[in-house]
Design a protein. Structure first.
Length: 339
């Protein structure tokens, strides 16, 4: 007699196996999800850091070059460009507006990086540098400044000229020539403005803005149409000016103080002498929304949702819909090189 032996699993064994498999896979999925969230968070942090580094480099460059190519005397012309100007925009939650002026802060034009001097006034021959990037080229839009008085030279009220076809009526050997643009320009300098505005991307916390940069060779202040986002997810933007009020080379006043901007009372020449440093403060979101995180300011345990931006006079209190985001307060100081 033959007996069929069939090997298999009982229902109980299958249930136990499935249960153990589910537990193991559940643990794997939890670990995997945690790793994905961590990797995503770190990627977003790295992306935020990269954007911030680029923005900081551009702002620092603009501040260092503020005042470059500005004349000390504009005669009867209607120009009076202040190299650094600070405005508090009360209608925008007291955000600051920083305006800078100079011929070399135009980052969209090669010609703005060029300068020279008249080597031969009879033929309007300019000195050529070894570095071609600094040379004035044919058809560049330029300005002429007297070398000693640093007075802007004009011709019947015209202050910008196309080299070499156009030039002011009088100039001499040694006359300074600064490039402005390769196309027509209305102003004898650039004006660059930083302010908060625009619409932040959807990943940003509510009531945050973009740091906008506006650059113009035609209007001062720049028009709304030339504003470009430089940094997103910004909660606050503040600027402080270090002033040397007694001309001893040491900063003895930080502007603004008690809500008043003292530097606005200075004439342009006095302002150039007294500004020694510019401090920029940015309160920026780092990464994306994180439901497992609640921001707490380690420097202010009594009020962990309060962040001081620049001074005790300027505090930002996070809203309830902003607390599940990482926040980073960035500050950096720049000494203008051309004032």
């Amino acid at each position: 007699m033959k007996i069929n032996h069939r090997n298999g699993f009982s229902l109980t064994e299958l249930l136990i196996t499935l249960t153990m498999f589910s537990v193991v896979m559940g643990s794997v999925l939890i670990i995997y999800s945690t790793l994905v969230r961590h990797s995503t968070r770190q990627y977003c942090f790295a992306e935020s850091d990269s954007e911030l580094t680029v923005a900081r480099d551009i702002i620092s460059r603009d501040i260092m070059m503020a005042g470059y190519g500005l004349a000390d005397d504009y005669g009867n012309l209607s120009y009076n460009p202040r190299p650094v100007e600070l405005i508090n925009e009360s209608s925008k939650n007291d955000f600051d507006i920083l305006t800078l002026r100079g011929t070399a802060i135009g980052i969209f034009s090669r010609a703005s990086q060029a300068w020279s001097y008249v080597e031969n006034a009879n033929f309007l021959k300019l000195y050529k540098w070894n570095d071609a990037r600094e040379n004035i080229n044919k058809n560049d839009i330029v300005i002429f400044i007297e070398p000693v008085s640093r007075k802007l030279i004009d011709k019947d009220g015209k202050a910008v000229f196309k080299y070499p076809k156009e030039s002011p009526s009088s100039y001499e050997d040694g006359t300074l020539v600064y490039g402005i643009h390769s196309e027509d320009a209305k102003l004898p300098y650039y004006t660059v403005q930083y302010l908060l505005g625009g619409t932040s991307p959807s990943r940003c916390a509510p009531k945050t803005y973009s740091l906008l940069r506006a650059e113009s060779k035609d209007s001062d202040p720049p028009s709304f149409s030339v504003r470009r986002p430089l940094l997103s997810c910004v909660r606050d933007f503040q600027v402080v000016l270090g002033l040397d009020e007694d001309d001893d080379g040491i900063i003895d006043h930080w502007d603004p103080k008690d809500g008043e901007i003292k530097s606005s009372e200075y004439g342009t020449k006095t302002l150039k002498q007294r500004i020694k440093q510019v401090k920029v403060y940015l309160l920026v979101q780092k990464g994306n929304y994180d439901p497992d995180y609640t921001y707490k300011n380690p420097d202010n345990p009594d009020s962990p949702e309060t962040i001081y931006v620049g001074s005790k006079d300027r505090k930002v209190i996070l809203r309830s819909d902003q607390k599940n985001y990482h926040w980073r307060l960035i500050s950096f100081s720049i000494s203008p090189r051309n004032l």
